[in-house]
Ligand binder design. Structure first.
Ligand code: B1M
Length: 234
């Protein structure tokens, strides 16, 4: 198997074989091969967004399923995540470089206790690509850090990400703290992450739950436009 892989020349593969091969390479945490695959697809005229969704995110879904089913373990998943990040690194400048007009500003972070950042990074990247300025607070973000960033950055939107059922309730702590301080209505609060759903978003008092990065962009645009219309209406 390893010998066969050594002989494999990715650029010789047609798209419909290259993409599944990239899923395999991502699964095996083969960073260089994933990056090479991304480069090849881009050189064949694929849009950065298509490469991201069909080659990288789809590959990560397989990793996620096998992690859930106990077939993969943390070290392997970490390697896959690093390979995914390298591929994303290549796409980021292309997704960001759309020349889109400035849409608004977002502060985003993964909540306290949670170190998953791939989805959050993707949202940040797509938001930047859509013309938003993004301030990324990183992972394991405590309520104090969110509050400090909101005060210094004065964004339109606060985005929070959580991937664990044990950390998603922390979003409510942040929102409740904003409410206590009389700041809740100053920001559009968008939340996301695999274990969340719309009902949870409503229950914790967020403005919206965003299923994926594309939905986050559309929702953000929608809310910012509404906010500007309200301001204009006086
Ligand atoms: Co973790 N992990 N993990 N993990 N991990 C999950 C989340 C899990 C579902 C796996 C499983 O069992 N199937 C499970 C959670 C179970 C649960 O809570 N019920 C789990 C677990 C248990 C754990 C540990 C506890 C494992 C352990 O140590 N025993 C541990 C926790 C560490 C911690 O955070 N304290 C852990 C660790 C890790 C790694 C470090 C190995 C690695 C993270 C690396 C990294 O992020 N830098 C990892 C990974 C990679 C995963 C899976 C496999 C993949 C997550 C991912 O990156 N998906 C994940 C399985 C899964 O989700 N199916 C799993 C790809 C990404 C593009 O999707 O993040 O969903 P996602 O983001 C999407 C949307 O959700 C949305 O848009 C994104 C793009 O479309 N979105 C937002 C996300 N955030 C948003 C914010 C927004 C809007 C939309 O704001 C506006």
């Amino acid at each position: 198997m390893a010998e066969e892989d050594d002989d494999l020349i990715l650029s010789d593969l047609p798209d419909d074989e290259l993409v599944p091969q990239m899923h395999d390479d991502l699964y095996d945490g083969l960073k260089e091969e994933v990056v090479e695959g991304v480069e090849i697809l881009l050189s064949r005229g694929w849009t950065p967004y298509r490469v991201l969704t069909e080659a990288l995110v789809a590959g990560m879904t397989v990793v996620g399923n096998d992690f859930r089913d106990g077939i993969l373990f943390v070290p392997e998943v970490l390697l896959a995540a690093n390979a995914m990040k390298s591929g994303m690194g290549l796409l980021k400048p292309l997704l960001v470089e759309t020349g889109a007009p400035r849409m608004g500003k977002m502060v985003i972070g993964t909540v306290k206790g949670d170190i998953h950042d791939i989805g959050k990074n993707l949202v940040a990247m797509m938001m930047e690509g859509a013309g938003f300025e993004v301030v990324d607070l990183g992972i394991n973000t405590a309520v104090e850090a969110y509050l400090a960033a909101l005060e210094t950055e004065q964004p339109d939107i606060l985005g929070m990400s959580a991937l664990l059922t044990t950390t998603m309730p922390y979003m409510k702590i942040v929102i409740d703290t904003l409410t206590e301080k009389g700041l809740r209505d100053d920001y559009i609060v968008l939340v996301g992450g695999a274990p969340l759903n719309e009902e949870f978003g409503r229950a914790i008092g967020a403005d919206a739950y965003c299923r994926d990065a594309a939905v986050a962009v559309e929702t953000a645009k929608d809310f910012v436009a509404r906010k500007h219309n309200q301001v204009a209406a006086g």
